[in-house]
Write a protein that binds this ligand. Structure first.
Ligand code: ATP
Ligand code: MG
Length: 563
């Protein structure tokens, strides 16, 4: 497993959790010969999202912690929804998160074995071919209060079942005409045990097995056996599978094969975010976003493009806890871990997102000074750079007020401020257009304050960023907010109704020349504004930056409030 931060360091002060306790216990009791073998089992029907990262960190993390193994297994039993593109993206994203697998496996590789086992269960009188339609199966299933009704096909002879199952497999019947069902208990209080379907007929090509099969195993029949085949010891999954555990156990017991232990934990939910591949696919298909890697998407590739680091995501996952009840994590908590990481690694630069011209009347018109600027005050090794300073600059429109309110300490007529790494400047007047809007601010500078240092101990209340107009790069900056204005809490209302109309705003910015040619994903802190990263849409003529996060830490406030 690759990871920049040493494990020992990362593992300090991490909250422990019940799954770790189970594993520690199992090792102490010599269960599975003390082996730990987990797996991460995505269905390749979409791109991974931040919820999957939680599962990835858990599965790969626990394996590493206990000197065990973790498989990557594609749960590909749904031929109509699965694609190789998704398989490739999943591998890329797991690697980017800093993990490596002990083997890549595909449930579809077990189709032959699963089929043999199905025949074995038929021979043992534990499975039968059923002719009920999907609707009929549902109607026969009963309700939580009433037991279900047995299928009229339940007592077919073994010979008849073997014959029909062979003919199903040979393609003699159309889709949906028959299913293979497990004979368990139509009166079980657990719906999943009421003769669950094992195989369905589906004349569809599979992304790996092509046209080899026209019957496909159901998830429940496939999952436990796949775990068993791979020698998985701890099959960690999300809480919605808790009710499926008796069935998971039933299959491996009935087949007399290695029995992994299924352990369920809470799904990650985030405020103002949807985490479901089905819904994320709709956002892509309806072109509400530009693709799976739109920087507003909660996908791993979306976060990557937005400027998130794997370290930040891993740290977040390690700290959100693992429990037996589903909850919702505040999005700002993710940003908190992001900032903690970017603060250490992002180079500081000056960028003006909403430019207003500042003219220094007493600065020589032909002079350009190279001012020394610190790249990262958190990292001395990052060194220094120079930033050109000249007579005409841009400052942030927001940093000037002609008629300043009480608490406004930035530039206004008669007020002196510091231009970071530049000089002290004092505002002397403004130029307005016909509409009365300020289009230019004028000032004078104090040559003795070079570097932004006070010449005589005199104080200014504000330090502002700037760029030299003649040297600045024009750039497009994309400012993001959450895709949703609300948190998905129930399915009663259309989730698309709460789309945030302001999730993307584009500005024409001016940025210091040092960022010229920055490769996509290069991370910066635009001083006083936030964390930004170069986007792949950048061209030789025009850089494009994504705002990764603002500097303001809303999580700290939320945390304080909830304490
Ligand atoms: P989705 O509903 O988004 O399609 P899924 O559970 O169907 O999610 P899978 O590809 O089957 O997606 O998931 C692979 C693994 O990731 C499973 O073990 C699943 O439990 C886990 N997982 C999926 N979503 C989350 C989440 N939000 N939080 C934690 N683990 C998750
Ligand atoms: Mg799934």
């Amino acid at each position: 497993m690759s990871s920049e931060t040493p494990v020992a360091e990362r593992e300090t002060a991490r909250p422990s959790h019940f799954i770790r306790e189970i594993i520690v216990n199992d090792i102490q009791n010599g269960k599975n010969g003390g082996r730990v073998h987990t797996r991460f089992p995505p269905e390749p029907n979409g791109y991974l999202h931040i919820g999957h990262a939680k599962s990835i960190c858990l599965n790969f993390g626990l394996a590493k912690e206990f000197g065990g193994k973790c498989n990557l297994r594609f749960d590909d039993t749904n031929p109509t929804k699965e694609e190789t593109e998704y398989v490739d993206s999943i591998m890329e994203d797991v690697r980017w998160l800093g993990f490596d697998w002990d083997g890549v496996y595909y449930a579809s590789d077990y189709f032959g074995q699963l089929h043999e086992w199905a025949v074995q269960l038929i021979k043992a009188g534990k499975a039968y071919v059923c002719d009920l339609t999907g609707d009929e199966v549902r109607a026969y299933r009963g309700t939580p209060q009433e037991p279900g009704k047995e299928s009229p096909y339940r007592n077919r002879s073994v010979e008849e079942n073997l014959d029909l199952f062979t003919r199903m497999r040979n393609g003699e019947f159309p889709d949906g005409a028959k299913t293979l069902r497990t004979k368990i208990d139509m009166a079980s209080p657990n719906f999943n045990m009421r003769d669950p379907v094992m195989y369905r007929i589906l004349h569809a090509d599979h992304h790996r097995t092509g046209g080899a099969w026209c019957i496909y195993p159901m998830y429940d029949y496939t999952h436990g056996e796949s775990d068993s085949i791979e020698g998985i010891t701890h099959s960690i999954c999300t809480l919605e599978f808790e009710d499926h555990r008796p069935l998971y156990d039933w299959y491996v017991q009935a087949l007399g094969i290695h029995a992994p232990q299924q352990i369920e934990f809470d799904r990650l939910n985030l405020t103002n975010t949807v985490l479901s591949k089905r819904k994320l696919l709709q956002l892509v298909q309806k072109k509400i976003v530009s693709g799976w890697d739109d920087p507003r998407m909660p996908t791993i590739c979306g976060f990557r493009r937005r400027g998130y680091t794997p370290e930040a995501i891993r740290e977040f996952c390690a700290n959100i806890g693992v429990s037996k009840t589903n909850g919702i994590i505040e999005f700002p908590m993710l940003e908190y871990y992001l900032r903690a990481d970017l603060n250490k690694r992002a180079a500081r630069v000056m960028a003006v997102l909403d430019p207003l011209k500042l003219v220094i009347d007493n600065y020589p018109g032909d002079l350009v000074e190279e001012m020394e600027a610190v790249n990262n005050p958190e990292d001395e090794a990052a060194g220094v750079r120079t930033v050109p300073f000249s007579k005409v600059l841009y400052i942030e429109r927001d940093d000037f007020r002609e008629d300043p309110p009480k608490q406004f300490f930035r530039l206004s007529p008669g007020r002196e401020v510091r231009l970071r790494y530049g000089y002290f400047v004092k505002c002397t007047g403004v130029v307005k257009n016909d509409a009365g809007e300020v289009i230019e601010v004028h000032c004078t500078y104090d040559p003795a304050s070079r570097g932004g240092n006070s010449p005589d101990g005199r104080k200014v209340k504000s330090t502002m960023h700037w760029v030299s107009a003649a040297h600045a790069l024009d750039a497009e900056v994309r400012l993001y907010e959450n895709l949703f204005t609300d948190t998905e809490d129930d399915d009663s209302r259309d989730w698309l109704e709460t789309l945030n109309p302001n999730s993307l705003a584009v500005t024409a910015a001016k940025i210091e020349p040092s960022v010229r040619g920055a490769a996509p994903l290069t991370k910066y802190q635009f001083e006083r504004l936030g964390y930004f990263c170069a986007d792949k849409d950048s061209t030789a003529g025009k850089m494009v930056f994504n705002r990764t996060a603002q500097l303001r830490d809303t999580w700290a406030k939320i945390e304080k409030k909830t304490r």
